[in-house]
Design a binder for this molecule. Structure first.
Ligand SMILES: Cc1cc2nc3c(=O)[nH]c(=O)nc-3n(C[C@H](O)[C@H](O)[C@H](O)COP(=O)(O)OP(=O)(O)OC[C@H]3O[C@@H](n4cnc5c(N)ncnc54)[C@H](O)[C@@H]3O)c2cc1C
Length: 461
């Protein structure tokens, strides 16, 4: 390392730290930004995501919708400027249900989210003289509808997605949504940041010296030994290790971690067309079992839980180029709070369970039951606050900031989150959603009352 002073030291080179560096160095010309991580950039949680984005967020107010709309706006600007280097698409999220009651709830919930700023709601009942439902193109993001299309005609659902079960009675297609390459996005932002002077240091932040409650020096353990950087500004962006880093300055954070898995499975027979959106089965579901398998499971005390009803939300999207056989598949059926570790362990049966859940939505996938070809299971931690909103802004030690607790939305929130962090550090005027993301929000009795209506899974898939 050849720097012993810096304008800003950022702890963590995941998508949050990298976006913070980009917004400080490339967008605001902050000269000496140092980004510290013992790992290669973008190799912990940020390389494990499904890489999806959406402006579709529940209430109780419009904060998250406005925050994500801004992030998507910045992603679109960056995609235009980079010749879409990170392959941003806008295929949308498709929620499906076989439950008439749920279909009615879609209508109320969708109207509310659209009113909060997600766009307009178009309802399709399959009647004459109504505007037609138009599926999303597989590539590109320009000139496409926002809001959502609520399709209440099973016939339109079947015509659009013939591989979906005939039991589906309603489909909510959220339109300002899709996915991108998170790795390419991170690398693009990092390149811009380093071109504007950001220095990447391979090491671990092990101590922070403060003086009169002000950040003075950040101490880094590298393979060459202990290094010290004098700085006025220290940004904590250490993902699941936020609390461990905040301990270095004696700050307690209201965060916890849940481990979330993801399966990469193969669809060599092409049961699912490659050009579809992210598709979510939105009803609680049983796993698919043949009668003889069911009989075996009933007799097995340890495995009997596999016959129980699982929660709603099993989902997938195609991954890779047009000829790729891969699907990313996820189901959050078992999360509990846990301490993060460097090498988390995932249940080997996860891929098979997710597949057997997906069969509720795509019966054709039953051909792979018990026959998946070498699925890959990975994942990472959702570092969260109790109301599932991020932490972005100053900490009680002067010169210390945080950008994290981005749960299952860190890729989509990276751009507006990094921008907001940079506004705080540079003392600029803040966006009006800023207050809802600071640590000090919890001191506001009005906010405390607002979040009583919210859950840690609020807006989570
Ligand atoms: C299965 C799964 C699916 C997901 N799907 C999506 C999705 O579709 N869309 C979406 O937007 N988000 C998604 N996410 C969430 C997203 O991946 C995370 O919110 C995001 O990657 C978190 O980024 P981060 O920078 O906070 O953390 P990380 O990527 O974990 O980076 C933190 C970095 O800090 C470093 N660090 C820790 N301690 C120190 C220290 N003391 N000194 C120096 N460095 C340190 C670590 O080494 C690490 O590299 C998903 C996550 C998972 C697990």
């Amino acid at each position: 390392m050849n720097t012993n002073t810096a304008d800003v030291v950022i702890c963590g080179a995941g998508i949050c730290g990298i976006s913070a560096a980009y917004h400080l160095a490339a967008e605001r010309n902050v000269k000496r930004v140092v980004l510290v991580d013992p790992r290669e950039p973008m190799t912990f949680t940020s390389s494990k995501s499904t890489e999806c984005y959406r402006n579709w967020w529940p209430g109780p107010d419009d904060t998250m919708v406005r925050f994500m709309n801004r992030s998507i706006e910045l992603l679109e600007q960056l995609a235009r400027q980079s010749n879409n280097y990170f392959a941003l698409n806008r295929r949308g999220y498709v929620f499906l249900t076989a439950d008439h009651q749920r279909a009615a709830e879609y209508q109320t919930a969708a109207r509310r989210i659209c009113e909060r700023g997600a766009g307009s709601l178009r309802i399709h009942r399959g009647q004459e003289n109504e505007p037609p439902y138009t599926p999303s193109p597989p590539e590109g993001f320009e000139g496409l509808p926002d809001g959502a299309d609520l399709v209440l005609s099973p016939e339109i659902i079947r015509r659009t997605f013939p591989f979906v079960t005939g039991k589906a009675v309603a489909m909510l297609h959220v339109r300002r949504a899709g996915w991108l390459s998170a790795q390419q996005l991170g690398m693009y932002l990092l390149r811009q940041a380093t071109a504007h002077g950001t220095e990447l240091v391979q090491g671990t932040v092990v101590a922070v010296t403060t003086e009169k409650n002000r950040v003075r020096t950040v101490h880094i353990q590298t393979t060459q030994g202990l290094e010290a950087i004098q700085t006025e500004n220290f940004v904590i962006a250490s993902g699941p290790f936020l609390q461990q880093t905040a301990d270095l300055i004696g700050v307690k954070l209201p965060v916890f971690n849940e481990l979330h898995a993801k399966a990469v499975i193969k669809d060599p027979l092409g049961v699912i067309p490659r050009d579809v959106p992210l598709m979510i089965w939105d009803d609680p579901a049983h796993l698919f079992w043949e009668a003889h398998e069911r009989g075996e499971l009933e007799k097995d005390e340890e495995a009997r839980w596999l016959l129980e009803k699982f929660p709603a939300g099993v989902h997938f999207r195609p991954e890779g180029h047009a000829g790729s056989p891969f699907l990313l598949a996820l189901w959050t059926y078992d999360t509990h709070v846990q301490e993060p570790v460097a090498e988390p362990h995932f249940a080997p049966e996860y891929a098979e369970i997710v597949l057997r859940g997906l069969i509720n939505m795509v019966p054709g996938l039953a051909v792979y039951a018990g026959k998946l070809q070498r699925p890959i299971i990975d994942g990472g931690y959702y570092c969260k606050t109790r109301e599932n909103r991020p932490l972005i802004g100053p900490l009680p030690v002067e010169g210390a900031y945080i950008f994290g607790a981005v749960s299952g939305f860190g890729i989509m929130a990276a751009m507006s989150g990094g921008e907001l962090l940079a506004q705080h550090v540079c003392g600029e005027e803040l966006f009006d959603y800023a207050k809802a993301f600071t640590l000090s929000r919890y001191d506001d009795p009005q906010y405390a009352a607002l979040i009583l209506e919210m859950e840690a899974s609020s807006g989570q898939l």
